[in-house]
Design a protein around this ligand. Structure first.
Ligand code: PMP
Length: 358
């Protein structure tokens, strides 16, 4: 018998909602958005000019792909044009990965907690998530390698990790990559690459060259402050890059986003000075929040992880009441984006009050 109404694919019923309800700002007083790992600084005046100029031509379609941006990235990264993939944010590229590289019944290994898009992308493809718990707030690479079976088609790895900010470093990452069979795709998500300060920071662009199964993802949303324009990119060998391109939404990167991204590559000195301020603030906030019995893992990103366990909701709702809007992972911890100094000061002050009032 025919069903009485159009039915969505059954896989969708297992998909968690990606966007949790955003925290609510208090009715009065300022509030600070520290829940989405955004860059707190508004676009540079020169970027706004470029955006305004590009807006004059929005009656025209952009290219199927943003070819000028791809050229610029290929030059900057020293990789062939055919290796560069773009999308409306790196989440757009994840959708391409799901369509191009995952089949129903495939197993996909990733750490948990990690990037919240992972289970969605995997389930959407009808593939099976294999979640490997973090150990000490960090990827357990040995356990991840052990979780790979003949049915595994991909590993998703966020370095540094979201939501914990922790990093495994180049040495351990290379050892892991060498253990992954050559027919298993590894997606190395470097969304926070520019905030990584350790001398052992891996560079996906160097790693992918002799690893045809590695796909590296980066974004203009964080360090470049273009989250609202939706533009991300990836680099992989041509077989993977071509497959992903086939699954891309045509004209998926707007001409405004392309122009702003192009200009931002030229304005890196100014933008990265801001990144420097953010990483300095990160260390200041971490030092202020950490204390004996209060662990705040070292972060290589633009956010900090507070492993609050059962206290998470109490602390995050109290912060919310004071206008500090953070991302709660109930029962586990809170992710707090490093904001402008005033926001960070308020975070520290409220956290101190909470601890004293215990
Ligand atoms: N990867 C990771 C690890 C992220 O944390 C984020 C943003 N939260 C993204 C990708 C998505 O970034 P984009 O804005 O490029 O889609």
């Amino acid at each position: 018998m025919r069903p009485s109404a159009p039915a969505p694919r059954p896989e969708l019923s297992g998909i968690p909602a990606y966007v949790p309800k955003p925290p609510r700002p208090p009715a009065a007083g300022p509030s600070h958005r520290l829940f989405l790992n955004e860059n707190p600084y508004p676009p540079l005046p020169s970027v706004r000019e470029v955006i305004a100029e590009a807006s004059a031509a929005t009656n025209r379609y952009p290219g199927i792909f943003p070819e000028r941006l791809i050229d610029a990235l290929s030059g900057k990264l020293g990789v062939p044009h055919s290796h560069v993939i773009t999308g409306p944010g790196s989440v757009g590229i994840y959708q391409q990965i799901g369509q191009a590289m995952l089949k129903p019944g495939d197993e996909v290994v990733y750490a948990w907690p990690s990037f919240e898009a992972f289970p969605i992308v995997v389930r959407m493809a009808g593939a099976i998530p294999v979640e490997v718990p973090l150990t000490g707030h960090t990827h357990d690479l040995d356990a991840m390698a052990a979780a790979i079976t003949p049915r595994t088609s991909a590993v998703l790895l966020c370095e540094p990790n979201n939501p914990t900010g922790t990093a495994v470093g180049a040495m351990r990452l290379k050892r892991f990559l060498d253990q992954v069979p050559s027919d298993v795709l590894v997606v190395l998500d470097e969304a926070y690459f520019e905030f990584y300060r350790s001398s052992d920071a891996p560079d996906g662009m160097a790693l992918y060259r002799d690893r045809p199964n590695l796909l590296v993802l980066r974004t203009f949303s964080k360090a470049y402050g273009l989250a609202g324009l939706r533009v991300g990119y990836g680099v992989a060998h041509p077989e993977i890059a071509e497959a992903l391109r086939k699954c891309a939404v045509p004209c998926g990167v707007s001409s405004i986003a392309e122009e702003a991204a192009l200009h931002s590559l030229d304005a890196e000195a100014e933008l990265f000075a801001r990144v420097e301020r953010i990483t300095a603030e990160r260390e200041r906030v971490r030092a202020a929040l950490a204390a004996p019995g209060r662990e705040v893992p070292a972060s290589e990103t633009n956010f900090l992880w507070l492993p609050l366990g059962q206290d998470t909701e109490r602390v995050t709702s109290e912060l919310e009441r004071h206008g500090v809007l953070t991302r709660a992972f109930p029962g586990d911890g809170a992710r707090v984006t490093v904001g402008e100094p005033a926001a960070n000061d308020l975070l520290i002050e409220v956290a101190e009050q909470l601890i004293r009032g215990r």
